[in-house]
Write a new protein. Structure first.
Length: 197
């Protein structure tokens, strides 16, 4: 399995992202080098694509597949793409505050700690639907890891499309998110322009 091993803060600096978007605390101690170089239209489009891929932890081939599926769906391609990325299981685990970062959420799903509607699912890219109940399995709830996570993420705001019960590590998907509910700093129209060339 391919893994992106680029240091998180370094990547955030190069893409102009705040580490808090990914769930990381603090800021990088290094300052971003400011250059007055003009960025081309292609450069801007590429940067937006790289931002989206980095935030959601998706590599190029699956990301392109998401784009192609979004393009075939009804409605705007960019909005469909963002909704598909947001409704990945690892992202929903992160949004429900069952993990500190999306990377940790992916690991929790990989290690078979997550149940969707009572069944164990260990596929981070699994797409959730409205009405799905996501919870940490009973055996894992007593682990120290989850007590620490609850302390750190207790004050995190949960999006309005999710219903969270942090004490029992359980959450319900009230509805699929709309683009307005997704607070990710990505201009998806630039991604559409890039792929539609």
């Amino acid at each position: 399995m391919a893994v992106n091993r680029t240091p998180v803060y370094k990547r955030c600096r190069s893409l102009g992202l705040e580490p808090s978007v990914l769930g990381y605390d603090g800021k990088s101690k290094r300052k971003a080098e400011r250059t007055n170089r003009k960025v081309s239209e292609y450069g801007l489009q590429l940067r937006e694509k790289q931002k989206a891929k980095f935030i959601y932890g998706v590599l190029e081939k699956p990301f392109r597949n998401y784009y192609e599926k979004a393009d075939k769906m009804k409605g705007q391609t960019g909005e469909n793409l963002m909704i598909m990325l947001e409704s990945r299981l690892d992202n929903v685990v992160f949004r429900l505050a069952f993990a500190r970062t999306r990377h940790e959420a992916r690991q929790i799903v990989d290690h078979k700690h997550v149940l969707v509607n009572g069944k164990c699912v260990n596929i981070p890219s699994y797409r959730i639907k409205a009405g799905d109940v996501i919870e940490i399995r009973e055996k894992s709830k007593n682990m120290n890891r989850y007590k620490e996570i609850a302390e750190v993420t207790g004050a995190r705001l949960v999006p309005e499309w999710l219903d969270q019960d942090l004490e029992n590590f359980k959450g319900t998907v009230k509805q699929l998110p709309t683009r307005e509910m997704i607070d990710v700093p990505v201009d998806e129209m630039l991604i559409v322009e890039l792929y539609s060339k």
